[in-house]
Ligand binder design. Structure first.
Ligand code: PEP
Ligand code: MG
Length: 586
């Protein structure tokens, strides 16, 4: 049993078999087989040889056709290795006499031969030949272990996915019926991979550091998404302990969800609205189950990230997704954020997003990308406007950094609306238009926006990275990515004050509002509209129902005397534990 520590990004406990993904070479299960499996294992070996031979022959023929025979000959060396009878016999001996699995035998025999050639150290041609042997080993292992078939979107059984890293788009495509949990070596707290993992309601830990060479496919793994622990090959006692904890947490959560299905009001009578953040239409159901006031953020870029490679969602795909959400949410507010692509959110094989930018979070992302690709932007806007007759929609633009960007986006909305009007297609002509407040320049200039914008939503995930100059998805600087930094707390306070002064609705939809330790601080700063991950709604409501604004304002006063995020965080954690009568470290 071995325990690793990572960054907890999606809470809950999960226990299951590991599915280990590699970035490069195939992984080998060092397993021995039973006597009665020997014959089947030899057949698997033959099939793998045939499959690799077929692939090599096809490659040789197509390369010869297109580039000439001399290039095609490169594959001959590989085919000769496969035709080597002694090598083939050696493999079979390991399987028959030592009960090695086919992949284990391939690994042992091929590595041994490559090693011998390397040791001879007499020139380039032998080391080339060692590389050829390793190349064939890799191809055989890939076939034997079905690595290429390891499609995340179609898992054969429930598994815990362990990988060096996962992109938001890979995470968006996982088979949600079969993913029990996620653990990755890299990745950080504010990354979109973290956000999607939470949307899947799978316990997840990112930024674990190198640990995958210690885990095999099928190993039992426990993820403790609260403490950030991942336990590989736990003993029976540990499994029993976690099974009990999981059951207890499930019961508590159910009870809390029931108890908090009431109007949310602080004990001194302030009304609070808790909305849900969603990435996929099916999450609207979870918002309703937790009695959310509506949807405060629908990250529609996941329509692109979940699409198959090289295909973009057309107007109908957008329209159907929005209509589905409207049908679930009935008359509750639905805030559609227009697509926020770029930076770490890169759709597969789509050329308009440059995935080789040197500084992508500062580059052509988000609203900037929409304003450069107006035909795609217009398609989405048409779909939102068409769907607006089915629900209470609002449109929100991401990453607005100056008023001109908002005006340009609004002009395009008006233009699309006019087009619908002329075509006689109904839409809500009073649909509110708002912006995400996630760039410091926008906070500073907020009073200029109030005349033209209908509502604001503070995006602390980006506001934190742009204020503190910390890449939100970079594990190496995650110690600096603190949404409780005193500078950020002051920016949030300023934004809320300006919006209040001009009587403009303002909410906060960054991950900060989904962390219960910040609820009292945010209430004390004047926030009345929270938009949070749907599963956490009961916890946030519970705090709102148990405090008074007077208490929260006292907390703010104390926080403003503190100079470091560490002091602020431990103070807020203590205050929350006291209020809820719990110990978060337990
Ligand atoms: C944010 O930046 O806080 C936000 C909600 O947007 P996203 O996390 O999708 O960038
Ligand atoms: Mg953002």
């Amino acid at each position: 049993m071995k325990t690793y520590q990572g960054i907890a990004v999606s809470s809950g406990i999960t226990i299951g078999a590991a599915m280990v993904l590699d970035n490069g070479r195939c992984r080998i299960n060092r397993r021995r087989i039973e006597d009665w499996d020997v014959a089947a294992e030899v057949i698997s070996l033959d099939e793998a040889f045939n499959s690799v031979r077929k692939q090599l022959t096809e490659n040789r023929d197509s390369v010869s056709r297109e580039l000439g025979n001399e290039y095609g000959q490169i594959f001959e060396a590989h085919l000769m290795i496969l035709a080597d009878k002694r090598l083939r016999q050696e493999l079979e001996t390991y399987i028959r006499e030592q009960n090695y699995s086919a992949e284990y035998a391939v690994n042992v025999v091929f590595e041994h031969h490559a090693d011998l050639l390397r040791k001879l150290q007499s020139g380039d041609s032998l080391s080339e030949r060692a590389n050829d042997i390793l190349d064939i080993e890799d191809q055989l292992l890939c076939v034997l272990m079905g690595v290429r078939k390891k499609s995340l979107s179609n898992l054969e059984r429930p598994v815990i996915i362990l990988a060096p890293s996962l992109t938001p788009s890979e995470t968006a495509n996982v088979d949600r019926d079969n993913v029990l949990g996620i653990g990755t070596e890299t990745g950080g707290l504010g990354s979109h991979t973290a956000i999607v993992a939470a949307a899947l309601q799978s316990p997840a830990i990112l930024g674990i550091g190198q640990f995958l060479n210690e885990v095999n496919d099928g190993d039992i793994v426990i993820i403790d998404g609260k403490k950030g622990h991942i336990i590989v090959n736990p003993d029976v006692e540990t499994i029993t302990h976690y099974e009990r904890e999981k059951e207890k947490a499930h019961e508590l959560r159910k009870k809390l969800a029931e108890e908090t299905r009431v109007p949310v009001r602080t004990i001194d009578g302030a009304d609070i609205a808790i909305y849900g953040n969603i990435e996929f239409p099916y999450e609207a159901k979870s918002c309703m189950e937790h009695d959310a006031a509506g949807i405060g953020l629908y990250r529609t870029e996941f329509l692109y990230l979940a699409a198959s490679p090289n295909s973009l969602p057309d107007e109908e795909v957008h329209f159907n997704a929005y209509k589905e959400v409207a049908e679930t949410m009935k008359d509750r507010i639905i805030t559609i954020r227009t697509f926020d692509l770029g930076a770490d959110k890169l759709p597969n094989g789509v050329s308009f997003v440059n995935n080789a930018e040197r500084n992508p979070f500062m580059g052509l992302r988000s609203i900037r990308l929409s304003l450069r690709n107006t035909s795609m932007f217009r398609k989405q806007l048409r779909a939102i406007l068409r769907a607006s007759v089915y629900g209470k929609f609002r449109i929100m633009f991401p990453l607005i950094s100056n008023i001109v960007e908002f005006r340009q986006a609004k002009m395009i909305v008006n233009d699309v609306a006019e087009e619908l009007y002329e075509a006689g297609i109904p839409y809500d002509s009073n649909i509110p238009l708002g912006i995400m407040v996630e760039v410091p320049s926008t906070v500073i200039m907020l009073s200029a926006f109030v005349r033209e914008v209908d509502f604001f939503s503070i995006g602390t995930n980006d506001l934190c990275q742009y204020t503190l100059a910390v890449d939100r998805s970079n594990k190496d600087v995650c110690g600096l990515y603190n949404t409780d930094d005193p500078a950020l707390v002051r920016l949030i306070q300023y934004a809320i004050r300006v919006a209040d002064h001009y009587d403009k609705p303002i909410s906060l939809c960054g991950q900060m509002s989904s962390n219960p330790i910040y609820t009292m601080l945010l209430l004390g700063l004047g926030l009345r509209h929270f938009s949070v991950s749907p599963y956490i709604i009961p916890e946030i409501k519970e705090i709102c129902l148990k405090v008074s604004l007077a208490q929260c304002k006292e907390i703010v006063k104390k926080v403003f005397l503190m100079e470091t995020s560490r002091d602020i965080r431990s103070f807020l954690k203590r205050e929350t534990e006291r209020l809820l009568n719990v110990d978060f470290d337990e």
